[in-house]
Design a binder for this molecule. Structure first.
Ligand code: NAD
Ligand code: IPM
Ligand code: MN
Length: 349
């Protein structure tokens, strides 16, 4: 069946990493003879500028009708004071599409060891996945009130929300090394007490999977001290946001990390974990590997073309091995250079 894709380039470096990625997708589809339909839509600051709101109805409808969504990045200082910010568009999109599970892998390939700020012995063979709950917690709890001299956010989790994300984590662990680390703040937060109790209950259905619990502060330390110990980390929305940016630095750059968000009826959204990088936007400096690896996740999961995904990943691996990288990885190349090299590789493969 022809897959329907929606591309949301967004703001800042979003369009810079999206345009080349769509060219790579087109090249791959010709080489490997698969078909897709593509629509491009507005999300974030660009949508505010053109239509007054960050998630226009036309974008939401197109996304609901798609098999997969590719997202660049949204946000930036231009809209910091806007009555509705670009980020609210992204959160509404995740919530409307029930994209409850966000899969954020960190895999340090041998070629990447030299790029890590950590010592090789600590970093080599690191391979874990953060399963971040994406549609609950303090991001969505009500009330949310900003007064002049006080402010309120609300952190709510229901048992069923925790059960749903727990099953994703345990199922994933069964395809890997059979270990789940659940991260919470059980020593302080009521929501984390429910989290731990619920994870324990779900774990009983997966006796073959080892379960450990870590408090989030200790986990953030252990990610640096001994990242090899992790296989699948499952955690709530805000902790997952923070820990995944930390984890992205293990192989050397935030610009390397992809993600996939799982919704109902098989709909998925693929996006790099980084933001719109306003400090380098428009300068042809953005690292496109996180976006390309998100495309690779899309090829593997939505298109079920693992050989095409493998080829794209091998290409990125080889470029890194040959020091063909952008500035964030101490390389000399521009974003355009990298796309050119990727397309050359695919042509010759
Ligand atoms: P950021 O992720 O945009 O940037 C953090 C740092 O990492 C910056 O120094 C940036 O230059 C660098 N960086 C990020 N991606 C890079 C890449 N591909 N190549 C090279 N360097 C890269 O985070 P921020 O600056 O805190 O946020 C900027 C805006 O992005 C904010 O509006 C924020 O809300 C938004 N944001 C959006 C998303 C998303 O669209 N999913 C994710 C995170 C942040
Ligand atoms: C991410 C981002 C978003 C989040 C922002 C832009 C709302 O940081 O995708 O990691 O916090 O989830
Ligand atoms: Mn984030």
């Amino acid at each position: 069946m022809t897959k329907r894709l929606v591309a949301l380039a967004g703001d800042g470096i979003g369009p810079e990493i999206m345009s080349g990625t769509l060219e790579v997708l087109q090249q791959l589809s010709q080489k490997f003879q698969f078909e897709y339909e593509l629509e491009e839509h507005l999300l974030g600051g660009c949508a505010i500028d053109q239509l007054g709101i960050p998630l226009p109805e036309s974008t939401l409808t197109a996304c609901k009708n798609a098999h997969a969504i590719l997202l660049g990045a949204i946000g930036g200082p231009k809209w910091q004071m806007a009555p509705v910010r670009p980020e609210q568009g992204l959160l509404k999109l995740r919530h409307s599409l029930k994209l409850f599970a966000n899969i954020r892998p960190t895999k340090v390939l041998p070629e990447m060891v030299k790029l890590s700020p950590l010592k090789p012995a600590i970093i080599e063979n690191t391979d874990f996945i953060i399963v971040r709950e994406l549609t609950g917690g303090i991001y969505f709890g009500e009330p949310r009130i900003l007064d002049t001299d006080s402010a309120t956010d609300t952190l709510v989790y229901t048992q069923s929300e925790i059960e749903n994300i727990a099953h994703v984590a345990f199922q994933l662990a069964k395809t890997r090394r059979y270990k789940v680390t659940s991260v919470d703040k059980e020593n302080v937060l009521a929501s984390s007490k429910l989290w731990r109790r619920t994870i324990e209950a779900v774990a009983k259905q997966y006796p073959e999977v080892e379960l450990e619990h870590l408090l989030v502060d200790a986990c953030s330390m252990k990610l640096i001290q001994n990242p090899q110990q992790f296989d699948v980390i499952v955690t709530e929305n805000l902790f997952g946001d923070i820990l995944s940016d930390e984890a992205s630095m293990l192989p050397g750059s935030l610009g390397l990390s992809p993600s996939a968000s799982l919704g109902q009826h098989g709909l998925r959204l693929y996006e790099p974990i980084h933001g719109s990088a306003p400090d380098i936007a428009g300068q042809n400096k953005a690292n496109p590997f996180g976006m390309l690896l998100s495309l690779s996740m899309c090829l593997r999961e939505t298109f079920e073309l693992s050989h095409v995904a493998d080829m794209l990943e091998t290409c990125i691996q080889q470029l890194i091995a040959q020091n063909h990288t952008t500035e964030d990885l101490n390389g000399q190349h521009t974003t355009h250079d990298i796309f050119k090299l990727v397309k050359q590789y695919i042509k010759e493969a």
